[in-house]
Design a protein around this ligand. Structure first.
Ligand code: ZN
Length: 295
């Protein structure tokens, strides 16, 4: 089953609902960088948030979510856009915690103190940056709090990941429900009752629910607006890494050349490696020197 985001309106267009599945994209990330189970769970949750929030953007806009807790996974970063392209990175994919009943302990993996930040490149002069404190460390509540405080949009967020014994995700996905300014009080009450009764996101996904089914399960009077395929995609290239090396400056580059060793760079998001020979480093040095003269 491919990963998709479904956008919908419900209750006579007074409520917006998003639902997503990110199982394949998460397994792509997990297998490329050998994620341990609770790190994979944490990444899956942020990935699902990134995909859904990306689908709130306009055509050329892009989004970065940053979760910086005090847990051993370190920083988690997810990039997304309006076309369902996502990629994710964390400082330490090799961490793993469980509760006594063997459920994965995401809270301990991420930590309970820190910040989540949303950086939107809306193709204006400056990016939009919003940030709120981590209040739970389990991601869903943290983002619901962000929507409430930063965007003033009352929201409910559900996220879930189920990881098998082979460290692969069986299911990863989530939903966001957002009240619009015209949501009647009785609809809010109905939604609150429904949210108390529905199974968890992991339960729904593992019993075969697709994102649209999740939406039909949590809301009434549903009108599906759009369905977008979700895909892991990293836009790294040797050129980008070359620019990165050049940005270190002439002195640093000269030291690398003097060391007389090939440089190996690795993309944190996809694990692809790009090597630079001494000859190539010398070419980059020439390029900086030319740049200096033309200024
Ligand atoms: Zn990459």
């Amino acid at each position: 089953m491919k990963d998709v985001i479904v956008k919908a309106l419900a209750y006579d267009k007074s409520v917006r609902v998003y639902a997503v599945s990110t199982t394949n994209a998460l397994n792509e990330i997990g297998s490329r960088l050998n994620y341990f189970p609770s790190a994979l769970d944490a990444m899956g949750r942020v990935l699902s948030m990134g995909a859904m929030m990306g689908s709130m953007l306009k055509l050329e806009e892009t989004l970065t979510l940053k979760v910086e807790g005090d847990g051993p996974i370190g920083k988690i970063i997810v990039d997304s856009d309006a076309h369902g392209h996502i990629r994710g990175y964390c400082d330490n994919p090799h961490c793993h915690f469980e509760y006594n009943d063997y459920r994965l302990n995401v809270k301990q993996t991420i930590g309970t103190t820190g910040f989540i930040s949303i950086i939107k490149d809306l193709k204006l002069k400056e990016p939009f940056i919003g940030s709120t404190p981590i209040i739970s460390g389990e991601i869903a509540e943290d983002f619901a709090y962000y929507f409430q405080v930063s965007d003033q949009v009352p929201s409910a967020v559900g996220l879930g990941v189920l990881v098998d014994t082979d460290n692969k995700a069986v299911a990863s996905g989530g939903f966001i429900i957002q009240l619009l300014p015209n949501t009647p009080d009785e609809v809010i009450t109905k939604l609150e009752q429904k949210l108390k009764m529905i199974p968890t996101v992991s339960e729904m996904l593992t019993s075969g629910y697709e994102p649209a089914d999740i939406i039909y399960n949590i809301a009434d009077d549903v009108e599906i607006i759009d369905t977008v395929d979700v895909e892991f995609r990293c836009n790294c290239s040797k050129d980008r890494f070359a620019r990165g090396i050049m940005s270190l400056g002439k002195d640093e580059l000269l030291d690398m050349i003097k060391d007389d060793k090939e440089i190996e760079t690795t993309c944190h998001f996809c694990g692809n490696k790009y090597n630079f020979s001494i000859e190539e480093l010398k070419e980059l040095y020439e390029l900086i020197s030319k740049g200096d003269k033309s200024c």
